[in-house]
Structures are given as C-alpha cells and as structure tokens.
Ligand binder design. Structure first.
Ligand SMILES: C[S@@+](CC[C@H](N)C(=O)[O-])C[C@H]1O[C@@H](n2cnc3c(N)ncnc32)[C@H](O)[C@@H]1O
Length: 225
C-alpha cells in the first residue's frame, strides 16, 4: 500500500503520531465557526458536495434498515458539532457523539438533541466509551487524517463497538482524484478503493462497498460488521 503513498505524506503528522492534545487544540480553535465555515461554497469539505452526499447516503442506509436502526443506537465518531447525528438520531433508539475536541462537544451539547449524549473522547477507544451500537458513522475523512496504521485501528475500533449485524458509514480521500482535486492536502493519506476494502476486511468487516466517482475528492464507505 505504501507504494501509492504521495511523497509529502511520508512526513509524520500530529495525527499519525496520535498527539491527541494537539489535535484537540486545533479543532477547539475551529469549533465556534465550524458550521458557518461549512456554509462557504469554497470550503474544501464541500468540494464535490462531499458532505451532502454523505448525509444522503447515510439516510438511504438508515431507511433501508429502518427496524434495525429503531432498535439500536448510533455512534458518531469525530462528531464535531453533531451535524450528522442530528440528521439521523430520530431514527435510532439512542445516539452518542464522540469527539476529541471539548470545544466541538460544547457546541453539540448546546443543541440539546433528544436521545443524544456527547462525550469528549478518542474514537480509537469507542468500546470503552459506549455499549454496542447498530451503526457507527464518521464524516470528515478521519481515515485520511490518521493514515494506514491509524486508519486500520480506527476501523477496528468501529467494528469492535458494533453489534454483529451492524454497519459503519464513513469516508476517505480518494487517491484517484489527488492530482485533480481543487483542495489536495499533502499531509493527508489518499486511499484507493482497494486499499480501503482491504483495511476494512482486515479490521473484521465482512462486506465493504465504496461509493463515489473516479473524479470525486471524497469517497464514502459502507462496511457491514
Ligand atoms: C473534519 S471534522 C468533522 C466533524 C463532523 N463529523 C462533521 O461532519 O461536521 C473532524 C472531527 O474529528 C475530530 N477528531 C479528530 N481526531 C479524533 C479522535 N481521535 N477522536 C475523536 N474525534 C476526533 C475533530 O475534533 C473534528 O471535530
């Protein structure tokens, strides 16, 4: 896999070194302006309507397993201000948002979402934080922040906290779009579909479907436990 890794990504980042305090401080600084920043059509996270596509896909997955979701919980890993959880929680028995940034969690808590709890915590430790959930969601390309090793560990943590028939919906930076994307950070890991499929299988997932076109900066993953 490392053969496809861009040269700039060899430098170890705070994510690859898992410096959680530094990571939290970075996101704390963005917490109060996060939702406003997402409204900017030039925001890198909106390129190719990636955030919107994630929300639509998640809603379709949840609608397709309506009864299952209604009887189970949902965990939003790296929930930020809770936008993703807010969009689906009514379809679940309970919801928990986990984020390393106290600032992000403070904004999420102020929303007072029914059935939701919010935890300042590490998404690599999901099983310690919560009981088994039907669904884990994580939007914002955490896999690409943490790289191959961290990505595998994150997928394992998600798999570990899922009930046996549960599923994960997440996203990653698509290697095929690395040279054409308008926003192409050199310090993030760009994965191919095959790499993500193989990482997810190594983490214990049985079926892995990747959504997205070749030119899309971000691809979405649906992985069945
Ligand atoms: C790109 S933002 C996405 C936020 C949110 N999911 C959304 O869609 O608006 C990534 C989030 O992941 C959080 N994060 C990064 N590393 C984390 C970790 N190890 N555990 C929990 N949260 C983490 C950051 O604090 C930040 O809020």
């Amino acid at each position: 896999m490392s053969g496809t890794r861009p040269a700039a990504a060899h430098a170890s980042t705070v994510y690859e070194r898992r410096e959680l305090a530094a990571i939290a401080a970075r996101w704390d600084a963005r917490a109060d302006s996060w939702e406003e920043a997402l409204q900017d059509p030039d925001c890198h996270l909106q390129e190719g309507e990636a955030y919107l596509k994630f929300e639509r896909l998640l809603k379709r997955c949840v609608a397709g397993r309506r009864e299952f979701c209604a009887g189970n919980g949902v965990i939003d890993a790296g929930c930020g201000t809770g936008l993703v959880l807010a969009g689906v929680i009514e379809r679940f028995a309970w919801g928990m948002g986990v984020d390393i940034s106290p600032g992000m969690i403070a904004v999420a808590r102020r929303k007072q979402l029914p059935k939701a709890t919010w935890v300042v915590g590490d998404c690599f430790q999901l099983k310690r934080l919560e009981r088994p959930a039907g669904v884990v969601v994580s939007r914002g390309v955490l896999l690409s922040h943490y790289g191959e090793e961290g990505g595998l560990e994150f997928l394992r943590a998600a798999h570990e906290v899922l009930v046996p028939t549960g599923f994960l919906v997440t996203d990653f930076l698509n290697a095929e779009a690395r040279t054409t994307a308008r926003h192409a950070p050199g310090d993030k890991h760009w994965f191919t579909k095959l790499e993500i499929q193989s990482l997810a299988r190594a983490a214990g997932f049985s079926q892995v479907v990747i959504r997205g076109r070749v030119a899309d900066r971000v691809h979405q993953v649906i992985a069945e436990a």
